[in-house]
Each structure stands twice: as C-alpha cells, then as structure tokens.
Design a protein around this ligand. Structure first.
Ligand SMILES: C[S@@+](CC[C@H](N)C(=O)[O-])C[C@H]1O[C@@H](n2cnc3c(N)ncnc32)[C@H](O)[C@@H]1O
Length: 196
C-alpha cells in the first residue's frame, strides 16, 4: 500500500492523461505492450467466451484483440476521452458493448464467463480492491475465468502495486478461485483463475 496515495485514483486523473496524450501508455505502438497483449490472449484457456467483461478498456487496443474470442464483450472505463477512441477502433465489432462505469462504485448487473483486469487494479485503494474482488466473485459464473495482468514496477502515484493486486486475488484461492496459471516477466505478471 502506498501511504502517500491511500485513495483510488479519480476519473479526472485519467482524463488529464488522455487530454495530454491520446495514447499515454503507447498501447498502439509499444513492442512491450504488443508482446504482453499476445501473452494475455494466449493465456485464455477457452477459444470462445459467451459473455466477457473488461474493466478499464482504455482506448481499446486490447479490447479489439479480446473481442475475437468473445460472443459478447462489455468494456468499461472511467474516461470518455479514452472510450471514444475505443468505440471508433471497435466499430467493426458488433459483439463489443461500451459503457462508462467506475468500479467498484458501479458494476454491471449480469453474469460473465470471463473477466479481464488488465493494468487497472493498482488504481484502486485497498478498500475498493476488496469491494471489486467481491463484485467479481459474484458476477463470475462457476467455471468462468478471471485473468489478471499488471505491471510490477514502482509508480509513486498508484495506491497499490501490481503484486499487491495479484496477491489479494491469490488469497481467494483455493476457496473461491482456483489458480490455473501464473507467469512473471521482467516488468509484469499474469495470473489466471477459475471460479470455483
Ligand atoms: C493503464 S489503462 C489499461 C488499459 C487496458 N486494460 C490494457 O491493459 O491495455 C487503465 C484504464 O483503466 C481506467 N480506469 C481507472 N480506474 C478505473 C475504475 N475504477 N473503473 C474503471 N476503469 C478505470 C482508466 O481510465 C484507464 O483507461
């Protein structure tokens, strides 16, 4: 936990980033991101998901790749600036639905067979992470997959580290989640769970 940043980062933090640079993390061009996205998609055990949920879809680069594996995909974000670009990018993908939503204050009222939490968990406070974990458990069908991917280096602005996010989900195993796969690279880690 970061004592200098005890609260979840607000939507304005992200809008400011996207206003200054439409692709602040270089999702469209970075080789690191391209390799990480390939590892993310490759980690999904099922070829097709009936109903998937992506938290923090940003400008939609990963959304577009994920959509290939989904009959329906709900992608949410707190930044309208980012989501407008995602909507534009995924215009040819009718199975993708976009909503503006801030988790855990808001959460979709439906069930999913796959939930993706990629590079977003460390923006939550510990309390909000705990609430989001419970919401995810409630919404994930038995046998459904939860995929976590987070950068593991230090960021002074972030309430939590990538490792703290993954460790919090590992604590839910084996009672609520079965840990199927874990991978740690130099700058990120990936963990795959199945809902018990
Ligand atoms: C670093 S980007 C990750 C994008 C994408 N998931 C990926 O892995 O490439 C994080 C995104 O999460 C969004 N976000 C931050 N806090 C959020 C929250 N509480 N609920 C939903 N989205 C959030 C931000 O606006 C931002 O677009």
């Amino acid at each position: 936990m970061n004592p200098l940043q005890p609260n979840s980062l607000p939507p304005s933090y992200f809008d400011n980033l996207y206003q200054a640079d439409p692709d602040p993390w270089k999702f469209e061009t970075s080789e690191y991101e391209a390799n990480k996205y390939a590892a993310t998609i490759a980690a999904l055990p099922k070829l097709r998901y009936r109903s998937a949920f992506e938290i923090g879809g940003s400008i939609g680069v990963l959304t577009e790749k994920l959509a290939d594996r989904c009959e329906s995909l709900l992608s949410i974000d707190v930044s309208q600036i980012a989501q407008n670009r995602a909507i534009e990018r995924c215009r040819h993908l009718p199975q993708v639905e976009f909503q503006m939503m801030r988790v855990p204050e808001q959460f979709p009222d439906r069930n999913f067979d796959m939930i993706l939490v990629s590079e977003v968990g460390y923006y939550w406070s510990l309390d909000d992470l705990r609430t989001a974990q419970q919401q995810i458990l409630n919404a994930l069908e038995s046998g459904g997959h939860l995929l976590l991917v987070h950068w593991t280096l230090y960021a002074k602005d972030y309430p939590l580290s990538g490792d703290e996010v993954h460790e919090a989900f590992l604590e839910l195993s084996p009672v609520h989640l079965r840990h199927l796969y874990g991978r740690r690279e130099e700058q990120y880690r990936l963990d795959l769970f199945e809902r018990v």
